[in-house]
Ligand binder design. Structure first.
Ligand code: KG4
Ligand code: ZN
Length: 342
C-alpha cells in the first residue's frame, strides 16, 4: 500500500549497452531493477558499437520500463517523478532514454529529472547501505571515469585526483583484448587474476602530480604480449592478467590511503563497474583495520543499472531540481566540481 509521504522515482538508464529501468522508494529501497544487457550482441565486435546500441535501446526501452513498473507492483500514477541519465555516455544511446523519458513525462504530467550517470554510480552505495550519508570519500572506478572524490554532501563533490588519460575500466578492457579475452574484458581479467601470479612488474599508475595515468600500463601490456608473440615465446595469460590487475588497482589504493591520511575520512566507498573486481574489493577491506568504514556496493549495482539513477533522482527531487522538455544528451558530462584534466 502506497504511503502518501513516500516518494517513488522511476529511473531510466541507456548510456551504453544496458537498457535499464527501476523503481526506487525514498532513494534507498529498490522495488524493481530491470536490466536488459546487449553484451552478447556487442561481444561479436569486441566492444560496444554505438549505432547498434542505440537501435537496441529503441526496441527494448518501452518493454523494460513496463516490466520495472509491473515488478514494483505500481502504475505510473503511483510514481512521483521520472529520472533519466542524460550523460556521460554514448550520445545516440543517451538520446533514446532522454527522448523516452521526455515523452513519458509529457504524456503523464510527471516531473522530469536529469541525472548524471557518474553521480548515479556513487548512489549505488545508498542502495546497499541504507544508513550511509555524506561526507565520505569515494573511489570512482568506471569504464569512462577514474577519480577519488570527497562526497561532501548529496550534491557537492570535491574531486581530489583523476585520470589524465584512459579510465581504469577502459584499461581493463584493452588489456583483456590484447590477451584475446572476450568483451567485456574486466570480468575476464578478474577471473584470471585468481589463477595467476602477479609476476610481471609494471610502473605505478600514479603520476607525479598525484593523478592517475593508465595509458602507460595499457601500452606495457600490449608490448609484453606482442614481444612474446614475435619471439615465439609463450606467455602465461593468468600471470599477465594478475600482474595487470594488481598494477591497475594498487595505484588507486595507494592514492586513496594518502587522501584518507590527509583528510582523516572515516568512511570510504567505491563506485563504478570496476568496483565489482575481487582484488579491488579485497584491498579496500584492508582499510577496516584502521577503523575506517568500507562501503562496497552490491555486485549487481556496480555495473550500469537504473536503480542508482532513481536513487540519484530522489535527491534531486527533494531539491526540486527538475528538467524541462529541452533536455538534451550530454556525452561528456563531468561530475559536479570536476576539473577538466584530460
Ligand atoms: O561503471 P561502468 O558501467 O562504466 C561506465 O559507466 O563508464 O563500468 C564498466 C567497466 C568496463 O570497463 C568493465 O570491463 C569493468 O567496468 N568491469 C570490471 C569488472 N566488472 C566490470 N573490471 C574489473 N573487474 C570486474 N569484475
Ligand atoms: Zn556506468
Amino acid at each position: 500500500m502506497k504511503n502518501i509521504n513516500d516518494i517513488y522515482i522511476l529511473g531510466i538508464e541507456s548510456s551504453c549497452d544496458e537498457t535499464a529501468a527501476s523503481v526506487v522508494k525514498n532513494g534507498r529501497q529498490i522495488l524493481s531493477n530491470t536490466v536488459l544487457s546487449q553484451v552478447d550482441i556487442h561481444k561479436i565486435y569486441g566492444g560496444v558499437v554505438p549505432e547498434i546500441a542505440s537501435r537496441n535501446h529503441v526496441e527494448a526501452i518501452d518493454k523494460v520500463v513496463r516490466q520495472a513498473l509491473e515488478e514494483a507492483n505500481l502504475t505510473l500514477s503511483d510514481i512521483n517523478a521520472v529520472a533519466v541519465t542524460y550523460g556521460a555516455g554514448l550520445v545516440g544511446a543517451l538520446l533514446v532514454g532522454v527522448s523516452y523519458a521526455k515523452g513519458l513525462c509529457q504524456a503523464s504530467g510527471l516531473p522530469l529529472i536529469a541525472v548524471n550517470h557518474i553521480e548515479g554510480h556513487i548512489c549505488a552505495n545508498y542502495l546497499t547501505y541504507a544508513d550511509l550519508e555524506p561526507p565520505y570519500t569515494c573511489l570512482l572506478t568506471s569504464g569512462g571515469h577514474t577519480a577519488i572524490v570527497n562526497v561532501l554532501d548529496y550534491d557537492r563533490y570535491d574531486v581530489v585526483c583523476s585520470t589524465v588519460d584512459d579510465a581504469v575500466g577502459e584499461a581493463f578492457d584493452k588489456a583483456a583484448r590484447v590477451l584475446g579475452l572476450p568483451y567485456p574484458g574486466g570480468p575476464q581479467i578478474d577471473k584470471l587474476e585468481n589463477q595467476g601470479e602477479a609476476s610481471y612488474k609494471f610502473h605505478s599508475v600514479v603520476i607525479s602530480n598525484g593523478n592517475f595515468s593508465y595509458s602507460g600500463l595499457k601500452t606495457a601490456v600490449i608490448n609484453l604480449v606482442h614481444t612474446a608473440e614475435q619471439k615465439g615465446e609463450p606467455i602465461n595469460k593468468a600471470d599477465v592478467a594478475a600482474s595487470f590487475c594488481h598494477a591497475a588497482i594498487d595505484g588507486l589504493i595507494e592514492r586513496l590511503a594518502q587522501v584518507i591520511a590527509q583528510s582523516g575520512a572515516k568512511t570510504i566507498a567505491v563506485a563504478g563497474g570496476v568496483g565489482a573486481n575481487g582484488y579491488l574489493r579485497k584491498r579496500m577491506t584492508e582499510f577496516e583495520k584502521q577503523g575506517i568504514r568500507v562501503c562496497l556496493p552490491a555486485l549487481a549495482l556496480c555495473g550500469d543499472n537504473a536503480a542508482m539513477i532513481a536513487s540519484r533522482g530522489y535527491y534531486l527531487y527533494l531539491k526540486g531540481e527538475f528538467a524541462d522538455l529541452s533536455l538534451n544528451a550530454c556525452p561528456t558530462l563531468k561530475l559536479r566540481g570536476e576539473k577538466p584534466s584530460r
